[in-house]
Design a protein around this ligand. Structure first.
Ligand code: ACM
Ligand code: ZN
Length: 741
C-alpha cells in the first residue's frame, strides 16, 4: 500500500502549487491552503466529538460519527461543546471569513474543525472524512496538518434529468452522498420533459398517471414518478448534506408529457401520446389561454410547498419557431401586446408572468438562457448552455446580454455530462476554464457558478454513474479551487478515490473513453460477421444472448470480438463485477440470398458513403453510420451476381430520407433479372414518395413481392434520384440494403 502522506516542512502557509510536490494527501477538491504538520492523530476505537449546541451542528457531528464508523469501524460519540477537552471538536469561529469557509487543524493531540457557520463546518467534515489512512499496525490515523479552505464559486451544481429516463430514489440519494463528499451544493432536479412527468401533483393526478409512462418502440412500457413523500425525503436527505435541491418544471416547451395528460394545455388541444423519441417537439403550452397559467400556478404551488429552495427552475428552453402562429388565442394576445410575428414576444410574456408569480411566493426564477430573448426581469437567473465558445450555436453575445440586463448566471454549456466520455474526458474537464475571458472578469459578482447537466436521452441508471464519475470530481475541483491546475497530481488523487466510490456501490466509468463502443462489420471472403467491443475497462465482460432476451451475468460472454457465421440477432451488454454497466445493444444480421455475393455498379457510390448493400447489416437512421451507400451525381444501378441459378420470392430495398441533409427517397425503383447479365427482364417497378419538406430522418422500404417464384442468376436494381437541385446542388439517394429472399 502506498504512503498517503509525507511530512514536509511545517510552519509556513504554502500555496497549493508549492505544496503539491511534496505532501500528497488525496483530498478532492484540493483545499486552497494546506500546511503539513508533524506526526499524526491516531484514532482510538472510541472517540468523542464535541460540537456546538445548535441542532445543525449536532447533526453534522452525528454525520461525522456515522461516516467514521463506516470507514474505520470506530465507535464515536457526539457530545456538547466543551472543545477544550475533546480530542475531536467542531467549533463556530466568527473570525473565519466566508459562509462556506472552514479551518481544519490536526495535531497528534486534537482534531478541530472550525467555521463561522454550519455550512462551513459541514465542508470541513467532508475534508476530514477524506484524510484517515491506516498507519503502522493497521491503526487509523490522520496526518497532522492545517487546512484553510473556501470555495471560489457558490453554485456548484449537478443536474439529473430523470424525465428521459427515470432514476429511483436510492439512486438519487447515492448521487447526493457523492456530491456532498466532493463539496457540490446544488442538485438541479429536471423533473419534467416531453418524455416523462416525474413529480406527483395532487391537483392534477393524470400528470403522473398518464404523463409518467410511455410506450417504447419495442412495445414495452417504461417510466416512473416520485410521490410527494419521496420528494420530501430526497430534499431532506440533501439538506442534511448541505445540498439545495432546485426543482425544474419545464415550460412552456418540453411539455409533451403534460399535454398527453391534459391536452387542453396546448394550443390545439389535440390528444397526444407521451413521446418515446428525442428532440424538440412542437407541442407546447398555449400562452394565449389564461387557463394555462391557472394550471401552471397550481402546479408551482405544490412544487413550492415541497422544495424549500429559494429558486425554481422553469426551463424555458427550445420553444420552436412559430409554434404559436396558428393559435387564435395566442395571436390575439400577441396583437393586443403589439408583439412581432415571431414567438419571442409571447415567450417573454410567458416567462415574465411566471416570474412575477414565483416572486409573489418569494421564489427566484431560474431558466435556460432562452429566457433572455424575451427581455426577462433582472431578478431571474439565467443558466447559460449556449456556449460562449460557439458550440450549440452560442456566442459571447448571450453572456453579455445577461450581464448587461443585470442577471446572475450559472454556466452549464461546457459541462454536459451526457457527452460521451471519449469526447469529454476527465482531463478535458480539468483543463476547462469556464470563466475565462474579459466578459467574466468584468462581471464576477453576477457569476454564481456552474452546473454539470446529465441529460438522460442516452443515459439510464445503468450507465449514469459512469458518466458522472470520475468526471464530476474534476468539475468540483474547478469550481472550488480554480488555482489547482496540476493534472498529474489531480489524477493521482482520483486514483485514491476509487476505493471510496466502489464502497458506495457507485459504478464509476473510465477516465478517457466510453464504457463501450461497438463496431459491427462483415467480411465477405469468410462470410463472417464481427461484433467488436472497444471496452473502457479491461475487465468488462460482454455478455450476449441470441434469443432476444436481455443478457445477464450468466449469459455467454466475450471480451473484444464475437465472430458470427450465419444470420442471427444478438443482444450484448457490458458487465463489470457482475453488474450491468450499460443498456444492451442489438446486432442483427438479416438473411438474404445475396449475402456476400459480387456487386457491380454502373456508377459506384460516393467514397464517403459506400456501405455494403448485401452484408445483412441494415443502416440506422444515422446517414453517417457507414452502412449506407449514397449517390449524388448518378442514379443507383446495381447488379448482384448470385453466382448460380437461384429461386427468388421477393426483393426488399431500404432507402433513407433526411431532407435537412438533402437526402431524399428515389422517385422510382425497379428490379430486373437476367440469366447471363446481359439481357434483362424487368420484374417490377415501384414509385416512392420523396418529401423535400419533411423533417427528421426516416427509413422507407420498397418491397417487391413476386407473384410467382423466379429462378435467375443476376439481379439488377435501379433507383432514380429525386435529383431536383436544392440550393444549387443535387440531392442524395441513400440505399441500404438489397435483401433477396
Ligand atoms: C438544453 O440543453 N436544452 C438546455
Ligand atoms: Zn395558443
Amino acid at each position: 500500500m502506498r504512503t498517503k502522506f509525507a511530512v514536509v516542512l511545517a510552519g509556513c502557509l504554502l500555496p497549493f502549487g508549492a505544496w503539491a510536490a511534496s505532501a500528497p494527501i488525496d483530498v478532492i477538491p484540493q483545499p486552497r491552503h494546506v500546511e503539513a504538520g508533524t506526526g499524526a492523530f491516531v484514532l482510538h476505537s472510541r472517540e468523542r466529538i464535541a460540537a456546538p449546541d445548535d441542532a445543525r451542528a449536532q447533526e453534522i457531528a452525528g454525520f461525522l460519527r456515522d461516516a467514521m464508523h463506516r470507514q474505520t469501524g470506530g465507535e464515536w460519540i457526539v457530545g456538547k461543546a466543551d472543545a477544550g477537552q475533546a480530542r475531536i471538536a467542531l467549533r463556530i469561529d466568527p473570525s473565519i471569513a466566508g459562509e462556506e469557509a472552514y479551518r481544519l487543524s490536526v495535531t497528534p493531540a486534537q482534531v478541530e474543525v472550525s467555521a463561522s457557520s454550519d455550512r462551513g463546518l459541514f465542508w470541513g467534515v467532508q475534508t476530514l472524512r477524506q484524510l484517515p489512512v491506516r498507519g503502522h499496525g493497521g491503526r487509523w490515523q490522520i496526518p497532522a496538518l492545517r487546512i484553510e479552505d473556501a470555495p471560489a464559486y457558490a453554485w456548484r451544481g449537478a443536474m439529473l434529468d430523470v424525465a428521459r429516463h427515470f432514476f429511483p430514489v436510492d439512486y438519487v440519494e447515492r448521487q447526493i452522498d457523492a456530491m456532498a463528499y466532493y463539496k457540490l451544493d446544488v442538485l438541479h432536479w429536471h423533473l419534467t420533459d416531453d418524455q416523462g412527468w416525474r413529480i406527483r401533483i395532487d391537483k392534477y393526478p393524470k400528470l403522473t398517471e398518464v404523463g409518467a409512462w410511455r410506450t417504447e418502440a419495442d412495445g414495452s412500457r417504461s417510466g416512473g414518478f416520485y410521490t410527494q413523500a419521496q420528494i420530501r425525503e430526497v430534499v431532506e436527505y440533501a439538506r442534511r448534506r448541505n445540498i439545495m435541491v432546485v426543482p425544474e418544471i419545464e415550460m412552456p416547451g418540453h411539455t409533451s408529457a403534460a399535454i398527453a395528460a391534459y391536452p387542453e394545455l396546448s394550443c390545439g388541444g389535440k390528444p397526444i401520446d407521451v413521446p418515446a423519441t428525442w428532440g424538440v417537439f412542437r407541442n407546447v403550452d398555449c400562452v394565449g389561454k389564461d387557463a394555462t397559467f391557472a394550471f401552471l400556478q397550481d402546479v408551482l404551488d405544490e412544487v413550492i410547498a415541497l422544495f424549500p429552495s429559494p429558486y425554481v427552475h422553469i426551463g424555458g428552453d427550445e420553444v420552436p419557431e412559430g409554434v404559436w402562429n396558428d393559435c387564435r388565442a395566442c395571436a390575439q394576445l400577441a396583437a393586443a401586446n403589439g408583439f412581432k410575428a415571431d414567438e419571442q414576444g409571447l415567450h417573454g410574456y410567458f416567462v415574465g408572468r411566471i416570474q412575477k408569480y414565483l416572486a409573489s411566493k418569494g421564489k427566484t426564477l431560474v431558466g435556460w438562457d432562452e429566457i433572455l430573448e424575451g427581455g426577462v426581469s433582472p431578478q431571474a437567473i439565467a443558466e447559460i448552455w449556449h456556449l460562449p465558445s460557439g458550440a450549440y450555436g452560442g456566442s459571447d453575445a448571450i453572456l453579455k446580454q445577461a450581464f448587461a440586463n443585470g442577471n446572475r448566471v450559472i454556466i452549464a454549456g461546457p459541462f454536459y455530462f451526457d457527452t460521451p466520455i471519449d469526447d469529454m474526458t476527465l482531463q478535458d474537464i480539468y483543463r476547462t476554464d469556464a470563466f475565462a475571458g474579459p466578459v467574466y472578469a468584468a462581471h464576477r459578482a453576477q457569476v454564481l457558478g456552474a452546473e454539470a447537466p446529465l441529460w438522460a436521452e442516452h443515459v439510464t441508471p445503468l450507465n449514469g454513474e459512469a458518466m458522472l464519475y470520475p468526471r464530476l470530481m474534476a468539475f468540483a475541483e474547478r469550481l472550488w479551487n480554480p488555482d489547482a491546475r496540476d493534472y498529474a497530481d489531480f489524477d493521482r488523487r482520483v486514483q485514491a478515490q476509487y476505493p471510496w466510490l466502489a464502497a458506495q456501490g457507485i459504478a464509476y466509468g473510465p477516465e478517457d473513453r466510453d464504457i463501450v463502443d461497438y463496431r459491427f462489420d462483415f467480411n465477405p471472403m469468410y462470410l463472417r460477421w464481427r461484433v467488436r467491443a472497444d471496452r473502457g475497462f479491461d475487465d468488462l465482460q460482454m455478455h450476449y444472448t441470441t434469443d432476444g432476451s436481455e443478457p445477464t451475468a450468466r449469459s455467454p460472454w466475450f471480451s473484444d470480438v464475437l465472430d458470427l457465421y450465419a444470420p442471427t440477432a444478438i443482444r450484448v451488454a457490458p458487465f463489470r463485477d457482475g453488474v450491468q454497466r450499460h443498456a444492451s445493444a442489438q446486432f442483427v444480421i438479416t438473411p438474404s440470398l445475396a449475402l456476400g455475393k459480387p456487386v457491380t455498379f454502373a456508377t459506384p457510390p460516393s467514397a464517403k458513403y459506400s456501405g455494403a448493400l448485401n452484408d445483412g447489416i441494415l443502416g440506422s437512421d444515422d446517414f453517417d453510420d457507414r452502412a449506407w451507400a449514397g449517390w449524388q451525381d448518378a442514379d443507383m444501378d446495381a447488379v448482384i451476381d448470385l453466382q448460380q441459378p437461384t429461386t427468388l420470392h421477393g426483393i426488399d430495398l431500404r432507402f433513407l430520407q433526411v431532407p435537412d441533409a438533402w437526402i431524399l427517397l428515389p422517385r422510382e425503383a425497379s428490379v430486373a433479372v437476367s440469366d447471363d447479365g446481359k439481357r434483362w427482364k424487368t420484374l417490377q417497378a415501384l414509385t416512392l414518395d420523396p418529401d423535400p419538406d419533411g423533417a427528421g430522418a426516416s427509413i422507407h422500404d420498397a418491397k417487391f413481392r413476386l407473384p410467382a417464384p423466379v429462378t435467375t442468376r443476376y439481379v439488377r436494381v435501379v433507383a432514380t434520384r429525386y435529383g431536383k437541385p436544392v440550393a444549387g446542388d443535387q440531392t442524395w439517394l441513400f440505399c441500404d440494403e438489397i435483401t433477396v429472399r
